[in-house]
Every structure is written in C-alpha cells, then in structure tokens.
Ligand binder design. Structure first.
Ligand code: GLA
Length: 496
C-alpha cells in the first residue's frame, strides 16, 4: 500500500512537472487596463509546440530545447511578407512558469511569472471574412492636407485628458490656430475594454471623451482619435475588430472629427492583400455614422496604399514606417517620397508621418528642412511636440505662414525632386495660378552652394521670394545661387 502511494505520488509529480498548458503573464497598468502574454504549450517528449501571444502578436512555436527544468522556445509569425520572431527562456517552479526574454542575445533576462489559465483564454478571435470591394464615396473633407497636433511622438502612452486640454488651450492661443492648425488628435492608449453591449470604453486617463471633445470644440478646434482594424492596437489596447460600425457610431456620438486607423493587430488575422477590404469596412462605417470624420489610414505604406486609399474613403495614408526625432529618420523618410507624387490630390494625401519639430533631436536648420520638405510633399502637418511650452524659434518654424501656404496650396499636388547632385537636391512643387515652390536642400554635413537654373524650372520668374527670410530674392542672371547650411534648406516661391 505504502509502495503504491509512493508510486502514485511520483506519477502525479511527473505529470504536474509537464509544461503542457495555457500559461498567462498578467501586467496591470496604472490606467486601469492590463496586458496579457499567453504561452500555450504542449510538451511532447523533448519537443515543445504551441503558440505565444504577446497582446497583438501571435506566434507559432517553431523551435524548442529543454524541458520543465529549463527550456527555450522560439515563436515565429509573418508580418506582411516578413517574418518576426520572439524567444523565451524559462523553467517550471512549482505551479508557476518562470519565463524571460532578452532584448538582445547578450542583454539580461527580463523575468516574468506565468500562471495556469483556462484553455482557450487568450486565443486569437475567429477570422471575420473581409467584405467584397466597392468604392466608398468621397467624404469631401480636407481638400488641403490636415493640420493639427498628435500626441504620439512626444507623449506615447502618457497622453491624458488634462494634457489634451492643455494642447487645445495652447493651439488656440499661441498662433498655431491662426496659422491654420485645427486638429487635436489623441493617438493610441486612450482605450479600455468594452461594456456588456460591446461599446468601447475609455480608460482612467480619459474620464469623459464627450466632455473632452466639447472642450476642444469650444476652442474652435477639432478632435481626433485612434484605433486599429485588429483586435488590439500597436500599444496592445482594444482595437475595433468586429465592432467597426459600433465604434464609428461611438466616435460620432462623442463628437470626434478624425480617425487614425492603424493596422497593427490586424496582421494576425488578415494578409496585406486583404488590407483594402479591411480599411473599406471602417470607411463605410464612418460614412454611415452621419458625422463628417477625416479618415487617416496607417499601415506604413504597405500594399501600395496610395493606389486604393481614396477608394476606401481615405483622406490620407501613411507611406512609411514610424518617424523618429533624428535627422537620419526624418531625412530618409522625407527624401524617399518622390515617386509617390502622382497619387496626392485634394482630399487624398500621402502621409510621411507626423512632425518631430521641437522635440529636441534635431537643430533648427534640420527642423526647417522637415517643415519645408513636408510642405513640398503636400503632407499632413501634425505637430508632435508639447505645445504648452514651445520655444519661440520652434513656434516660428511651425507657424511660418508662407511655408504653410505651400503645404496648403489649393492645387493639392505633391512636389518632386527635379535634380540631385551628391547630397544637394532641388525639389519643385506646382502651385495654383502657375506659381511654384522651389526647395534647395543640402543633405550634407557641411554648408554648400546650390544653384537652380531658371531654365530648368520653366523659365525666369517675374518674382521669387525666400520663405524663411521673408524677403524677395534678386533675379539677375540665368540662375539663383545660394549657400545652404548643413542639413538646411532655402525655400522659394516663384511666380510669373
Ligand atoms: C504605430 C503607428 C504610430 C503610433 C503607434 C501607436 O507604431 O505607426 O504612429 O500610432 O502605432 O501605438
């Protein structure tokens, strides 16, 4: 009898020492929401199979070593056409799974504790087939590129109600509203969960979205919000998957004027080829909401979005990965937009991402290049800095009305590179009434002379004005020549 119970105990211990199960790591955030990681493991002898879900990322285990006393697992997923992977190391400690990941192979292990969760919890929701394609009617909004502010570049997850009110107060009084800025856009991290009826709720940082929208409107401004066609957003918050019509109605009820719709968690459910249909769904939903809502697509320029953005009701579409506040990032993005020029038109613009002007990672010459280039590109001008305390030099860059007039030109056409010599480039943008914007960009690290021959830009103009010095330039001779600072720009408006 004693022998039998020892045997049974040994069997039980062995069974419980198995990694098989659905394991969850819970992380509660101060905004009242929580993040979950699920390791759904199956141990078959020396092999561990299963899936790993890190909020919006869903990986299949493709490789494993070890067992309960120490293991590593690698999960892989396809993100569009590129693979993405994650690696966990861990061991079983009593009823807990102690797991860790490393940012780099030589970085320390960030350790987490996972507990057993019911089977099925954390599974990706079932796929909802995308709708058949049709053309969504033009909403008639933003005939010139949208101008405003967005929370992400400076605040990321730290955006809240008080901050948004502060930005609205600042924009209304610091000259930006007068210069044409209009939208106050809340990016990711405002979301909580859904109520029993499936309506999306705001988290603790945004106690009353309707009241906030009323406040922003009371300043003569408009308000924008953010979501994803996937179950989760990029920051792991609740997305609009399966709730598109309901969310559009909620936004309309709150008084929202602008939606940025970010692919993110949708990558686990749909392929890039299905993006158009998925974006069309929200385009339809916004129109059916009865409120004019600017529709901004954010899917990092994949699947040639410029070719179908207008057909899904899109007013702007991101053309690149996320910008950072560095010369390398900004210039790489900005100067790579040349070939997209034919796709920009009133109501439908290429979006090389939000402005970093004033965030501190570039100097004023570089920020003038950023503002000039975005204006040549007919890009949305969404400031990404803290508007409550803007140094005068930065405010002058953001509110230069002569440069803004280039961005906001009624023709709505994007400029193009017309010549390049080493690190010096000349770009031109056609403007209404036969005028042109001509930009002399110096991408080099030292000042350089740049010349533009009038013959190369349609002949000698009757007038040419330098939009940063606010002075007319001399028109003697067959060309205009100037010394341009390192990473700097001369922006001219020329006219007959
Ligand atoms: C993506 C977008 C960013 C921002 C974040 C928010 O990375 O490209 O602009 O919206 O998500 O999580």
């Amino acid at each position: 009898m004693k022998l039998l119970s020892i045997l049974l105990l040994t069997v039980a211990t062995c069974a419980s020492a198995d990694l098989t199960g659905n394991w969850v790591v819970k992380d509660d955030l101060s905004d009242g929401t929580s993040r979950r990681q699920y390791l759904n493991l199956k141990q078959e002898g020396p092999k561990i199979t299963g899936t790993i879900r890190v909020t919006q990322f869903f990986y299949k285990i493709s490789d494993s070593t070890g067992g309960p006393e120490g293991f590593t697992i690698t999960g892989t997923m396809m993100d569009g056409h590129s693979p993405r992977s994650v690696k966990y190391e861990g061991k079983l400690v009593g009823d807990e799974l102690h797991v860790g990941t490393r940012r780099r192979p030589d970085a320390p292990l960030s350790e987490l504790v996972a507990h057993r969760a019911p089977e099925g919890e954390g599974a990706m929701p079932a796929r909802i087939p995308p709708p058949a394609l049709h053309r969504v009617k033009d909403n008639g909004l933003v005939r010139t590129p949208p101008m405003g502010w967005n929370s992400w570049n400076k605040f990321a997850g730290r955006v809240d109600d008080a901050g948004v009110r502060g930005m609205a107060d600042a924009m209304a009084t610091n000259g930006m509203k007068a210069a044409g800025y209009q939208f106050i856009n809340i990016d990711d991290t405002w979301e909580a969960d859904r109520n029993a009826q499936g309506n999306i709720r705001t988290n603790k940082k945004f106690p009353d979205m309707k009241a906030l929208a009323d406040y922003v409107h009371s300043k003569g401004l408009k308000i924008g919000i953010y979501s994803s066609p996937g179950p989760n957003t990029c920051a792991g918050y609740e997305g609009s998957y399966g709730h598109e019509e309901q969310d559009a109605l909620t936004y309309a009820k709150w008084g929202i004027d602008y939606l940025k719709y970010d692919w993110c968690g949708a990558r686990n459910i749909y392929t890039d080829e299905e993006m158009q249909a998925v974006y069309q769904k929200m385009g339809d939903a916004l129109q059916a909401s009865g409120r004019p809502i600017v529709y901004s697509l954010c899917q990092y320029g994949r699947a040639d979005v410029w070719k179908w953005g207008p057909d899904v009701g899109g007013n702007a579409w991101r053309t690149t990965d996320d910008i950072r506040d560095t010369w390398d990032s900004m210039s790489k993005i900005g100067f790579s937009q040349d070939e997209l020029a034919p796709w920009a038109k009133p109501g439908h613009f290429n979006d090389p991402d939000m402005l970093e002007i004033g965030n501190g990672g570039m100097n004023d010459d570089e920020y003038r290049t950023h503002m000039s280039l975005w204006s040549i590109l007919a890009a949305p001008l969404l400031a990404g800095n803290d508007l409550r305390n803007v140094p005068p030099a930065i405010l002058e860059i953001l509110t230069n009305r002569e440069v803004i007039a280039i961005d906001q030109d009624k023709l709505g056409r994007q400029g193009k590179r017309i010549s390049q010599s080493g690190e010096q480039e000349i770009w031109a943008r056609p403007l209404a009434g036969g005028a042109q914007a001509i930009a002399l960009f110096n991408r080099g690290g030292a000042a350089a002379n740049i010349s533009v021959k009038w013959a190369d830009v349609g002949g000698k103009p009757a007038k040419a004005r330098d939009l940063w010095t606010h002075a007319d330039v001399s028109l003697t001779g067959p060309e205009y020549s100037a010394n341009v600072p390192a990473h700097g720009v001369i922006l001219l408006r020329v006219g007959r």
